[in-house]
Design a protein around this ligand. Structure first.
Ligand SMILES: [Zn+2]
Length: 158
């Protein structure tokens, strides 16, 4: 199952707090009073919040995401880095202004260390370059093919 979970990042950009509320489902993080409390109490040491969207391909903030970002930033009195990722894409969303809901969306090339953990915890395969994936599949295929009685090789699930 693919679920949407979140990760609060500290001022160095490292993992600070995983947000995995009960009742979460694909595409939606329920409003969480606990998360808000955590953000507010730690507002002196947080830099951003990352969350996952199920699926693959282009990824970006939903309207609900953007209104949530704006409300959280207004409540905290500071701007945050909002990371959104899915199985193979990742973007950084930041307030650009001048209006309340004017957020810029920038594709992320340098993938942070925690991105694969977040994907795994969301039930996604960690992303790997197609070349690496192909090499791994081939090696696995050879390995399975060498086993006695192995006439079927499990294909790449993605
Ligand atoms: Zn979202």
């Amino acid at each position: 199952m693919t679920v949407e979970i979140g990760l609060v990042l500290d001022w160095t950009g490292q993992e600070l707090h995983w947000h995995e509320p009960p009742g979460r489902s694909a595409g939606h993080i329920p409003d969480s009073h606990d998360l808000w409390e955590f953000l507010f109490e730690n507002r002196g040491m947080i830099s951003g919040f990352a969350h996952s969207h199920p699926g693959s391909g282009a990824v970006g903030p939903s309207y609900e995401d953007v209104t949530t970002f704006a409300a959280v930033e207004a409540g905290l009195g500071l701007r945050l880095d909002w990371w959104i990722l899915n199985a193979d894409s990742m973007v950084l969303v930041r307030w650009a202004g001048p209006d309340r809901l004017d957020y810029s969306v920038t594709p992320v090339a340098q993938v942070p260390m925690w991105a694969d953990y977040l994907r795994r915890r969301s039930g996604m395969e960690p992303w790997e370059p197609p070349r690496v994936r192909a090499a791994r599949s081939e090696a696995l295929g050879k390995l399975l093919g060498d086993l006695p009685g192995a006439d079927t090789v499990e294909g790449d699930q993605t």
